[in-house]
Design a protein. Structure first.
Ligand SMILES: [Zn+2]
Length: 414
């Protein structure tokens, strides 16, 4: 079945726009894109007229955890069937908000969610998932106040504790066996973990290389959670493809040059740090997390400004965790606006949440993110131009329709 989408203005997700554009699709893929004159169509064909057509949004850093708790240690002991069922609502909310793909960088639920979405049992974005993240013992993925065996044996936990090259290699292979689309490792401490600090480097070069080697053989990317410059350097030197957060990058600007040279993608996740710093107290977040977020946010914003000025590849990710602080679908797109506050043009901020977010998935994401021949027909239909007001992407009502694989899956057109 062929369909033709006509647009007064097409935004392609690579940094270009085109007036009076036409996109021809066949089944779930794009078969031709160009001006109306260029895209020749024979015979009768279903035609959809739009004012603005752009790629569906991609959240490049999410965790479908289904938790309603603000305390990381609670996620470990909350009933995981309850959490799994909650994520069904989370993915639906994401689709309603214009997200047609999500890159999940740590969750024991997401590969199962992906399966039920792909078999069309539930509606949701395409999911590309890392499965459980790899953490060293006492690292960001450890729950420091719990008995070590509880953390080690809980299969529903967001992370897996591994120490030494052999354990890293085995866990990477097991994640790949489960169907992971990318591999996630924690190479520094974090905000939400209790006793470590974002500055602290975790894992040895040999351990990082073991994950990278195994992932490479499978043709998938390795993503590293990294705030401090020691961890960022460790990741870059050992072949990691994407740096998540990058809070303290400004302390060593030469790392940005290396990232640019290697084509490494940075996913800042400004919005979650801002939310924890500003609302953490009233929401009852643990004190240690609020302190680290407050201390880090200003540096974070400066680091990302520097990265933008140096033209480093940046993708937009929310790091949302669920209600009450960050309910899925409501405000993930605030990250796109924050990137413009860090100096990105609205067009580049759209690239960050479409084409570049697709690239951050790695080879498994090669069919998403841009409106190009051969890619999935995943679009948003808008009446107003987001290049003139980037914040409108945060408002569901402004997204007149969501198209996934050529089908209109959300329709608010009159
Ligand atoms: Zn995260």
């Amino acid at each position: 079945m062929k369909k033709l989408f006509l647009a007064d203005l097409l935004i392609d997700g690579k940094g270009n726009s085109l007036k009076n554009a036409a996109v021809l699709i066949s089944e779930d893929k794009i078969v031709n894109v160009g001006t109306e004159e260029e895209v020749k169509v024979r015979g009768n064909i279903e035609t959809i007229n739009t004012k603005i057509l752009m790629p569906g949004l991609i959240d490049a850093h999410a965790h479908f955890l289904g938790t309603h708790s603000l305390d990381m240690s609670q996620w470990l002991i909350e009933n995981d069937k309850v959490r799994s069922i909650r994520t069904v609502k989370e993915v639906q909310d994401m689709l309603l908000s214009g997200y047609t793909a999500v890159r999940d960088v740590g969750s024991a639920i997401s590969l199962s969610l992906k399966k039920v979405i792909n078999e069309d049992t539930i509606k949701g974005p395409r999911i590309y998932a890392a499965h459980r993240a790899l953490s060293q013992t006492a690292g960001h993925g450890d729950v420091h106040s719990y008995p070590i065996n509880t953390v080690r044996t809980e299969e529903g936990w967001i992370a897996r504790l591994v120490d030494g090259v052999d354990e890293v290699r085995k866990a990477t292979r097991e994640n790949l066996r489960q169907g992971a689309d990318l591999i996630k490792i924690f190479v520094t401490g974090g905000v939400m973990s209790e006793i470590d600090h974002p500055h602290q480097t975790q894992f040895t070069p040999e351990e990082v290389r073991a994950a990278v080697e195994e992932a490479k053989r499978y043709g998938v990317y390795v993503s590293a959670h990294a705030h401090g410059v020691g961890g960022i350097e460790l990741a870059l030197e050992n072949g990691v493809n994407t740096i998540e957060h990058g809070m303290y990058l400004k302390e060593k600007p030469e790392l940005l040059e290396i990232m640019k040279e290697k084509g490494t993608i940075l996913i800042p996740t400004l919005i979650i740090i801002k939310l924890i710093a500003e609302k953490g107290e009233e929401m009852g977040y643990p004190d240690f997390a609020i302190e680290k977020a407050k201390e880090g946010y200003n540096t974070h914003i400066k680091s990302i400004k520097l990265a933008v000025s140096k033209d480093v590849n940046i993708a937009a990710g929310s790091d949302f965790l669920g209600p009450p602080l960050s309910p899925y679908g409501f405000g993930n797109a605030r990250e796109i606006e924050l990137l413009t506050h860090a100096g990105m043009s609205p067009m580049n901020a759209i690239v960050a949440t479409t084409g570049m977010a697709g690239k951050a998935i790695g080879p498994r994401g090669k069919l998403v993110g841009t409106i190009e021949k051969g890619k999935y027909a995943d679009f948003l239909i808008l009446d107003k131009n987001p290049l003139e007001n980037i914040a409108l992407l945060q408002n569901r009502e402004e997204i007149k329709a969501v198209v996934k694989g050529g089908e209109v899956v959300v329709d608010r057109r009159q």
